[in-house]
Design a protein around this ligand. Sequence first.
Ligand SMILES: Cc1ncc(COP(=O)(O)O)c(C=O)c1O
Length: 430
Amino acid sequence: MNTEKSRQLFEEAKKYIPGGVNSPVRAFKSVGGDPLFIKRGLGSNIYDVDENAFIDYVGSWGPHIFGHNPSFIKEALLSAIENGTSFGAPTELEAKVAKLITELIPSVEMVRMVNSGTEATMSAVRVARGFTRKEKIIKFEGCYHGHADFFLIKAGSGALTLGVPTSPGVTKGNAVDTLIADFNNIDSVKQLIRTNRNEIAAVIIEAIVGNMGVVKANDYFIKQLRDLCDEEKIVLIIDEVMTGFRVAKGGAQEILDVKADLCTFGKIIGGGLPVGAFGGKKEIMEMVSPSGPVYQAGTLSGNPLAMSAGYSALSYIKDHPNLYKELEEKSAYLEEGIKENLKLLNKKLTINRVGSMLTLFFTEEEVIDFRSAVKSDTKLYGKYFHEMLERGIYLPPAQFEAFFISTAHSKEDLDKTIKANYEALGEILK
Ligand SMILES: Cc1ncc(COP(=O)(O)O)c(C=O)c1O
Protein backbone atom coordinates (compact mmCIF):
# COMPACT_ATOMS: atom_id res chain seq x y z
CA MET A 1 0.00 0.00 0.00
CA ASN A 2 1.40 3.39 -0.96
CA THR A 3 1.09 5.79 1.99
CA GLU A 4 3.75 8.30 1.00
CA LYS A 5 1.51 11.40 1.11
CA SER A 6 0.17 10.45 4.55
CA ARG A 7 3.72 9.99 5.76
CA GLN A 8 4.76 13.42 4.46
CA LEU A 9 1.70 15.12 5.96
CA PHE A 10 2.37 13.47 9.31
CA GLU A 11 5.98 14.73 9.31
CA GLU A 12 4.71 18.24 8.52
CA ALA A 13 1.94 18.09 11.14
CA LYS A 14 4.39 16.97 13.83
CA LYS A 15 6.26 20.26 13.43
CA TYR A 16 3.21 22.29 14.47
CA ILE A 17 0.85 20.01 16.41
CA PRO A 18 1.96 17.93 19.43
CA GLY A 19 2.43 14.41 18.11
CA GLY A 20 0.99 15.55 14.77
CA VAL A 21 -2.63 14.93 15.83
CA ASN A 22 -5.40 16.73 17.68
CA SER A 23 -6.48 13.70 19.71
CA PRO A 24 -3.97 11.05 20.80
CA VAL A 25 -5.62 7.82 19.60
CA ARG A 26 -5.36 9.03 16.01
CA ALA A 27 -1.55 8.76 16.10
CA PHE A 28 -1.63 4.90 15.92
CA LYS A 29 0.68 4.74 18.97
CA SER A 30 -0.94 1.62 20.38
CA VAL A 31 -0.89 -0.32 17.08
CA GLY A 32 2.40 1.05 15.76
CA GLY A 33 3.11 2.68 12.40
CA ASP A 34 2.08 6.09 11.12
CA PRO A 35 -1.51 7.33 10.87
CA LEU A 36 -3.28 7.67 7.55
CA PHE A 37 -4.49 11.13 6.64
CA ILE A 38 -8.09 10.93 5.48
CA LYS A 39 -9.35 13.05 2.63
CA ARG A 40 -13.00 12.10 2.26
CA GLY A 41 -15.65 9.65 3.31
CA LEU A 42 -18.79 8.39 1.64
CA GLY A 43 -21.14 5.73 2.95
CA SER A 44 -19.12 2.90 4.49
CA ASN A 45 -15.88 4.02 2.88
CA ILE A 46 -13.08 6.42 3.68
CA TYR A 47 -10.29 7.42 1.32
CA ASP A 48 -6.85 8.56 2.38
CA VAL A 49 -4.72 11.22 0.72
CA ASP A 50 -2.93 8.52 -1.32
CA GLU A 51 -6.37 7.40 -2.64
CA ASN A 52 -6.37 4.11 -0.73
CA ALA A 53 -9.98 3.09 -0.01
CA PHE A 54 -11.07 1.41 3.22
CA ILE A 55 -14.28 0.03 4.67
CA ASP A 56 -14.45 2.11 7.82
CA TYR A 57 -15.45 0.75 11.25
CA VAL A 58 -14.39 3.85 13.21
CA GLY A 59 -17.07 6.18 11.86
CA SER A 60 -15.40 9.18 13.48
CA TRP A 61 -15.56 7.21 16.78
CA GLY A 62 -19.29 6.73 16.66
CA PRO A 63 -21.21 9.64 15.16
CA HIS A 64 -21.59 8.19 11.65
CA ILE A 65 -24.44 5.79 12.29
CA PHE A 66 -25.68 6.39 8.71
CA GLY A 67 -22.17 6.12 7.24
CA HIS A 68 -20.14 9.06 5.97
CA ASN A 69 -21.69 12.18 4.52
CA PRO A 70 -25.33 11.06 4.21
CA SER A 71 -27.16 13.32 1.74
CA PHE A 72 -29.88 14.44 4.21
CA ILE A 73 -27.32 15.80 6.69
CA LYS A 74 -25.26 17.39 3.94
CA GLU A 75 -28.36 19.14 2.55
CA ALA A 76 -29.38 20.39 6.01
CA LEU A 77 -25.91 21.84 6.52
CA LEU A 78 -25.78 23.51 3.11
CA SER A 79 -29.14 25.08 3.72
CA ALA A 80 -28.22 26.25 7.25
CA ILE A 81 -24.98 27.86 6.11
CA GLU A 82 -26.92 30.16 3.78
CA ASN A 83 -28.17 31.99 6.88
CA GLY A 84 -24.80 32.38 8.58
CA THR A 85 -22.65 30.33 10.90
CA SER A 86 -23.19 31.63 14.43
CA PHE A 87 -25.08 34.39 16.24
CA GLY A 88 -24.51 33.91 19.97
CA ALA A 89 -28.26 34.47 20.35
CA PRO A 90 -31.12 31.98 20.60
CA THR A 91 -32.27 30.25 17.42
CA GLU A 92 -35.41 28.21 16.74
CA LEU A 93 -33.63 24.92 16.13
CA GLU A 94 -32.09 24.72 19.63
CA ALA A 95 -35.40 24.09 21.37
CA LYS A 96 -36.46 21.74 18.56
CA VAL A 97 -33.35 19.59 19.09
CA ALA A 98 -33.83 19.67 22.86
CA LYS A 99 -37.50 18.67 22.46
CA LEU A 100 -36.55 15.78 20.17
CA ILE A 101 -34.06 14.49 22.74
CA THR A 102 -36.71 14.61 25.47
CA GLU A 103 -39.11 12.71 23.20
CA LEU A 104 -36.57 10.02 22.41
CA ILE A 105 -35.01 9.54 25.86
CA PRO A 106 -37.63 8.97 28.60
CA SER A 107 -35.36 10.04 31.50
CA VAL A 108 -34.67 13.45 29.96
CA GLU A 109 -37.01 16.35 30.72
CA MET A 110 -34.65 19.23 29.96
CA VAL A 111 -31.43 19.56 27.99
CA ARG A 112 -28.47 21.95 27.73
CA MET A 113 -26.40 21.83 24.55
CA VAL A 114 -22.60 22.04 24.70
CA ASN A 115 -19.77 21.49 22.21
CA SER A 116 -18.24 18.13 23.13
CA GLY A 117 -18.75 15.03 25.23
CA THR A 118 -16.15 16.28 27.71
CA GLU A 119 -18.09 19.47 28.27
CA ALA A 120 -21.27 17.47 28.75
CA THR A 121 -19.89 15.14 31.45
CA MET A 122 -17.92 17.89 33.16
CA SER A 123 -21.03 20.09 33.35
CA ALA A 124 -23.30 17.25 34.46
CA VAL A 125 -20.99 16.58 37.41
CA ARG A 126 -20.99 20.28 38.36
CA VAL A 127 -24.78 20.35 38.28
CA ALA A 128 -24.97 17.17 40.39
CA ARG A 129 -22.61 18.75 42.92
CA GLY A 130 -24.63 21.97 42.96
CA PHE A 131 -27.88 20.07 43.36
CA THR A 132 -26.73 17.78 46.19
CA ARG A 133 -24.31 20.26 47.78
CA LYS A 134 -21.86 17.37 48.06
CA GLU A 135 -18.44 17.16 46.42
CA LYS A 136 -17.18 13.64 45.77
CA ILE A 137 -18.00 11.50 42.77
CA ILE A 138 -17.63 7.81 42.01
CA LYS A 139 -16.46 6.66 38.60
CA PHE A 140 -15.57 3.19 37.37
CA GLU A 141 -12.16 1.92 36.41
CA GLY A 142 -11.97 1.66 32.63
CA CYS A 143 -14.85 4.06 31.90
CA TYR A 144 -13.89 7.21 30.00
CA HIS A 145 -15.83 10.42 30.36
CA GLY A 146 -13.62 12.87 28.49
CA HIS A 147 -10.58 14.73 29.70
CA ALA A 148 -11.78 17.01 32.52
CA ASP A 149 -9.18 16.92 35.32
CA PHE A 150 -11.36 15.11 37.85
CA PHE A 151 -12.00 12.23 35.42
CA LEU A 152 -8.30 11.57 34.80
CA ILE A 153 -7.93 9.57 37.98
CA LYS A 154 -7.27 5.88 38.44
CA ALA A 155 -7.48 3.62 41.46
CA GLY A 156 -4.59 3.69 43.90
CA SER A 157 -2.78 0.49 44.78
CA GLY A 158 -5.01 -0.68 47.66
CA ALA A 159 -8.79 -0.83 47.74
CA LEU A 160 -9.05 1.99 50.26
CA THR A 161 -6.15 4.16 49.13
CA LEU A 162 -6.77 7.42 47.36
CA GLY A 163 -7.01 7.61 43.59
CA VAL A 164 -4.05 8.92 41.60
CA PRO A 165 -3.97 11.27 38.59
CA THR A 166 -3.38 9.54 35.25
CA SER A 167 -1.85 12.66 33.72
CA PRO A 168 0.68 15.26 34.79
CA GLY A 169 -1.16 18.55 35.26
CA VAL A 170 -4.01 16.95 37.19
CA THR A 171 -3.75 18.00 40.83
CA LYS A 172 -3.81 15.66 43.82
CA GLY A 173 -6.79 17.77 44.95
CA ASN A 174 -8.79 16.40 42.02
CA ALA A 175 -7.89 12.87 43.03
CA VAL A 176 -9.33 13.45 46.50
CA ASP A 177 -12.82 14.03 45.13
CA THR A 178 -12.91 11.19 42.58
CA LEU A 179 -13.42 7.71 43.98
CA ILE A 180 -12.86 4.69 41.77
CA ALA A 181 -15.07 1.59 41.84
CA ASP A 182 -14.88 -1.66 39.87
CA PHE A 183 -17.29 -2.01 36.96
CA ASN A 184 -19.97 -4.68 37.46
CA ASN A 185 -19.02 -4.93 41.14
CA ILE A 186 -21.71 -3.44 43.37
CA ASP A 187 -19.79 -4.25 46.56
CA SER A 188 -16.99 -1.92 45.50
CA VAL A 189 -19.56 0.89 45.19
CA LYS A 190 -21.14 0.05 48.55
CA GLN A 191 -17.75 0.13 50.22
CA LEU A 192 -16.97 3.60 48.84
CA ILE A 193 -20.37 4.90 49.93
CA ARG A 194 -19.85 3.45 53.39
CA THR A 195 -16.47 5.10 53.85
CA ASN A 196 -17.62 8.45 52.39
CA ARG A 197 -21.10 8.67 53.89
CA ASN A 198 -23.11 11.74 52.79
CA GLU A 199 -20.18 13.06 50.77
CA ILE A 200 -20.98 11.62 47.34
CA ALA A 201 -22.76 13.88 44.86
CA ALA A 202 -22.81 11.59 41.83
CA VAL A 203 -21.99 8.23 40.37
CA ILE A 204 -21.03 8.48 36.70
CA ILE A 205 -20.99 5.42 34.48
CA GLU A 206 -20.88 4.24 30.90
CA ALA A 207 -23.64 1.68 31.48
CA ILE A 208 -22.56 0.02 28.26
CA VAL A 209 -18.88 0.79 28.09
CA GLY A 210 -17.13 1.52 24.83
CA ASN A 211 -13.87 2.73 26.28
CA MET A 212 -12.37 -0.51 27.60
CA GLY A 213 -13.74 -2.18 24.53
CA VAL A 214 -17.43 -3.08 24.66
CA VAL A 215 -18.51 -4.24 28.13
CA LYS A 216 -22.11 -4.23 29.29
CA ALA A 217 -23.25 -3.71 32.87
CA ASN A 218 -25.09 -6.78 34.08
CA ASP A 219 -28.75 -6.43 35.09
CA TYR A 220 -28.18 -7.09 38.80
CA PHE A 221 -25.37 -4.54 39.00
CA ILE A 222 -27.22 -1.72 37.24
CA LYS A 223 -30.43 -2.23 39.21
CA GLN A 224 -28.53 -2.28 42.50
CA LEU A 225 -26.65 0.83 41.45
CA ARG A 226 -29.91 2.63 40.68
CA ASP A 227 -31.37 1.61 44.06
CA LEU A 228 -28.24 2.62 45.95
CA CYS A 229 -28.23 6.07 44.35
CA ASP A 230 -31.91 6.52 45.31
CA GLU A 231 -31.30 5.40 48.89
CA GLU A 232 -28.24 7.60 49.35
CA LYS A 233 -29.58 10.62 47.40
CA ILE A 234 -26.75 10.37 44.90
CA VAL A 235 -27.27 11.64 41.34
CA LEU A 236 -26.85 8.78 38.86
CA ILE A 237 -25.24 10.10 35.68
CA ILE A 238 -25.30 7.70 32.75
CA ASP A 239 -22.76 8.78 30.18
CA GLU A 240 -24.37 8.08 26.81
CA VAL A 241 -21.89 10.09 24.74
CA MET A 242 -21.04 6.91 22.85
CA THR A 243 -24.13 4.75 23.38
CA GLY A 244 -26.81 7.44 22.97
CA PHE A 245 -28.82 6.75 19.79
CA ARG A 246 -26.19 4.11 18.95
CA VAL A 247 -26.98 0.88 20.81
CA ALA A 248 -30.73 1.59 20.67
CA LYS A 249 -33.03 4.57 20.06
CA GLY A 250 -33.16 5.07 23.83
CA GLY A 251 -29.47 4.29 24.32
CA ALA A 252 -28.00 2.12 27.07
CA GLN A 253 -30.88 3.15 29.35
CA GLU A 254 -33.37 1.43 27.02
CA ILE A 255 -31.30 -1.75 26.74
CA LEU A 256 -30.69 -2.00 30.49
CA ASP A 257 -34.15 -0.73 31.45
CA VAL A 258 -32.79 1.89 33.82
CA LYS A 259 -33.39 5.63 34.14
CA ALA A 260 -30.60 8.07 34.88
CA ASP A 261 -31.08 11.26 36.89
CA LEU A 262 -28.79 13.00 34.44
CA CYS A 263 -27.32 11.70 31.21
CA THR A 264 -24.83 12.98 28.70
CA PHE A 265 -24.72 12.85 24.92
CA GLY A 266 -22.36 13.65 22.09
CA LYS A 267 -21.30 12.08 18.80
CA ILE A 268 -24.57 11.06 17.03
CA ILE A 269 -26.57 14.05 18.30
CA GLY A 270 -24.25 16.33 16.34
CA GLY A 271 -24.55 14.42 13.06
CA GLY A 272 -20.75 14.56 12.78
CA LEU A 273 -20.33 18.15 14.00
CA PRO A 274 -18.87 19.06 17.41
CA VAL A 275 -21.82 18.78 19.81
CA GLY A 276 -22.52 17.47 23.27
CA ALA A 277 -25.49 17.73 25.60
CA PHE A 278 -26.49 16.93 29.13
CA GLY A 279 -30.00 16.54 30.37
CA GLY A 280 -32.27 14.79 32.81
CA LYS A 281 -34.76 15.50 35.56
CA LYS A 282 -36.27 18.97 35.43
CA GLU A 283 -35.71 19.54 39.13
CA ILE A 284 -31.95 19.00 38.66
CA MET A 285 -31.63 20.74 35.30
CA GLU A 286 -33.32 23.86 36.64
CA MET A 287 -30.20 24.34 38.78
CA VAL A 288 -28.37 25.36 35.58
CA SER A 289 -27.83 29.08 34.95
CA PRO A 290 -29.60 31.31 34.12
CA SER A 291 -32.59 29.51 35.66
CA GLY A 292 -30.52 28.35 38.64
CA PRO A 293 -27.22 29.10 40.38
CA VAL A 294 -24.91 26.50 38.75
CA TYR A 295 -22.83 28.32 36.15
CA GLN A 296 -22.52 26.79 32.69
CA ALA A 297 -22.02 28.59 29.39
CA GLY A 298 -20.61 28.40 25.84
CA THR A 299 -20.00 30.95 23.06
CA LEU A 300 -20.76 28.43 20.33
CA SER A 301 -23.20 26.20 22.26
CA GLY A 302 -26.28 25.41 20.19
CA ASN A 303 -24.43 26.54 17.08
CA PRO A 304 -26.82 26.69 14.09
CA LEU A 305 -24.75 24.41 11.84
CA ALA A 306 -24.29 21.82 14.56
CA MET A 307 -27.99 22.03 15.46
CA SER A 308 -29.09 21.55 11.86
CA ALA A 309 -26.88 18.46 11.44
CA GLY A 310 -28.04 17.14 14.81
CA TYR A 311 -31.69 17.86 14.11
CA SER A 312 -31.61 15.98 10.82
CA ALA A 313 -29.77 13.02 12.42
CA LEU A 314 -32.25 12.79 15.32
CA SER A 315 -35.30 13.36 13.11
CA TYR A 316 -34.14 10.56 10.83
CA ILE A 317 -33.79 8.30 13.86
CA LYS A 318 -37.26 9.23 15.11
CA ASP A 319 -38.84 8.61 11.70
CA HIS A 320 -36.99 5.33 10.99
CA PRO A 321 -37.31 3.13 14.09
CA ASN A 322 -36.39 0.07 11.98
CA LEU A 323 -32.90 1.46 11.72
CA TYR A 324 -31.86 -0.38 14.89
CA LYS A 325 -33.20 -3.70 13.62
CA GLU A 326 -31.11 -3.24 10.49
CA LEU A 327 -28.02 -2.36 12.54
CA GLU A 328 -28.58 -5.37 14.80
CA GLU A 329 -28.86 -7.73 11.81
CA LYS A 330 -25.75 -6.35 10.14
CA SER A 331 -23.74 -6.37 13.35
CA ALA A 332 -24.87 -9.90 14.27
CA TYR A 333 -23.87 -11.05 10.77
CA LEU A 334 -20.38 -9.63 11.29
CA GLU A 335 -20.10 -11.17 14.75
CA GLU A 336 -21.22 -14.57 13.48
CA GLY A 337 -18.73 -14.35 10.60
CA ILE A 338 -15.84 -13.67 12.97
CA LYS A 339 -16.96 -16.47 15.31
CA GLU A 340 -17.15 -18.89 12.38
CA ASN A 341 -13.63 -17.87 11.33
CA LEU A 342 -12.32 -18.56 14.82
CA LYS A 343 -13.94 -21.97 14.76
CA LEU A 344 -12.40 -22.79 11.38
CA LEU A 345 -9.00 -21.64 12.65
CA ASN A 346 -9.50 -23.55 15.89
CA LYS A 347 -8.73 -20.44 17.97
CA LYS A 348 -10.51 -18.75 20.82
CA LEU A 349 -10.90 -14.99 21.26
CA THR A 350 -13.60 -13.03 23.07
CA ILE A 351 -16.18 -10.98 21.23
CA ASN A 352 -18.42 -8.54 23.09
CA ARG A 353 -21.15 -6.83 21.13
CA VAL A 354 -24.11 -4.64 21.96
CA GLY A 355 -26.03 -3.54 18.86
CA SER A 356 -23.68 -1.87 16.41
CA MET A 357 -20.73 -1.68 18.84
CA LEU A 358 -18.38 -4.67 18.83
CA THR A 359 -14.97 -5.46 20.28
CA LEU A 360 -12.78 -8.42 19.39
CA PHE A 361 -10.64 -8.87 22.52
CA PHE A 362 -7.38 -10.73 22.04
CA THR A 363 -7.94 -12.84 25.13
CA GLU A 364 -9.66 -16.18 25.61
CA GLU A 365 -11.26 -15.08 28.86
CA GLU A 366 -14.63 -13.47 29.37
CA VAL A 367 -14.38 -9.65 29.54
CA ILE A 368 -16.67 -8.10 32.17
CA ASP A 369 -14.59 -5.29 33.65
CA PHE A 370 -11.33 -3.40 33.35
CA ARG A 371 -9.24 -6.13 34.95
CA SER A 372 -10.43 -8.77 32.50
CA ALA A 373 -10.19 -6.38 29.53
CA VAL A 374 -6.52 -5.62 30.12
CA LYS A 375 -5.66 -9.30 29.88
CA SER A 376 -5.94 -8.78 26.11
CA ASP A 377 -2.79 -9.08 24.03
CA THR A 378 -2.55 -5.52 22.71
CA LYS A 379 0.56 -6.29 20.61
CA LEU A 380 -1.37 -8.98 18.78
CA TYR A 381 -4.25 -6.55 18.24
CA GLY A 382 -1.72 -4.16 16.66
CA LYS A 383 -0.67 -6.88 14.21
CA TYR A 384 -4.29 -7.71 13.47
CA PHE A 385 -5.06 -4.04 12.87
CA HIS A 386 -2.31 -3.76 10.25
CA GLU A 387 -3.24 -7.03 8.53
CA MET A 388 -6.81 -5.73 8.24
CA LEU A 389 -5.65 -2.33 7.00
CA GLU A 390 -3.61 -4.03 4.26
CA ARG A 391 -6.83 -5.75 3.21
CA GLY A 392 -8.77 -2.49 3.00
CA ILE A 393 -10.47 -2.57 6.41
CA TYR A 394 -10.03 0.41 8.73
CA LEU A 395 -10.52 -0.64 12.37
CA PRO A 396 -10.00 1.39 15.55
CA PRO A 397 -6.25 1.84 16.04
CA ALA A 398 -6.42 0.55 19.63
CA GLN A 399 -7.62 -2.67 21.29
CA PHE A 400 -9.84 -1.06 23.93
CA GLU A 401 -12.28 0.57 21.55
CA ALA A 402 -15.39 -0.48 19.66
CA PHE A 403 -15.90 -1.23 15.98
CA PHE A 404 -18.88 0.86 14.87
CA ILE A 405 -21.20 -0.60 12.23
CA SER A 406 -23.39 1.79 10.23
CA THR A 407 -26.48 1.41 8.08
CA ALA A 408 -24.22 2.16 5.10
CA HIS A 409 -22.27 -1.09 5.57
CA SER A 410 -23.53 -3.41 2.82
CA LYS A 411 -23.58 -7.21 2.88
CA GLU A 412 -20.71 -7.05 0.43
CA ASP A 413 -18.74 -4.85 2.87
CA LEU A 414 -19.42 -7.26 5.72
CA ASP A 415 -18.45 -10.30 3.62
CA LYS A 416 -15.23 -8.59 2.59
CA THR A 417 -14.53 -7.79 6.25
CA ILE A 418 -15.22 -11.38 7.35
CA LYS A 419 -12.90 -12.73 4.63
CA ALA A 420 -10.17 -10.26 5.63
CA ASN A 421 -10.68 -11.24 9.27
CA TYR A 422 -10.14 -14.92 8.40
CA GLU A 423 -6.93 -14.18 6.51
CA ALA A 424 -5.63 -11.71 9.11
CA LEU A 425 -6.27 -14.02 12.06
CA GLY A 426 -4.78 -16.94 10.11
CA GLU A 427 -1.66 -14.85 9.52
CA ILE A 428 -1.14 -13.67 13.12
CA LEU A 429 -2.37 -16.67 15.12
CA LYS A 430 -0.15 -19.23 13.33
C1 LIG B 1 -18.43 7.72 26.97
C2 LIG B 1 -17.71 8.96 26.59
N1 LIG B 1 -17.84 10.07 27.34
C3 LIG B 1 -17.23 11.21 27.04
C4 LIG B 1 -16.40 11.29 25.93
C5 LIG B 1 -15.73 12.59 25.60
O1 LIG B 1 -16.28 13.13 24.44
P1 LIG B 1 -15.45 14.18 23.57
O2 LIG B 1 -14.32 13.43 22.95
O3 LIG B 1 -16.45 14.68 22.56
O4 LIG B 1 -15.00 15.25 24.48
C6 LIG B 1 -16.23 10.18 25.12
C7 LIG B 1 -15.35 10.24 23.95
O5 LIG B 1 -15.10 9.27 23.27
C8 LIG B 1 -16.90 8.98 25.45
O6 LIG B 1 -16.77 7.87 24.73
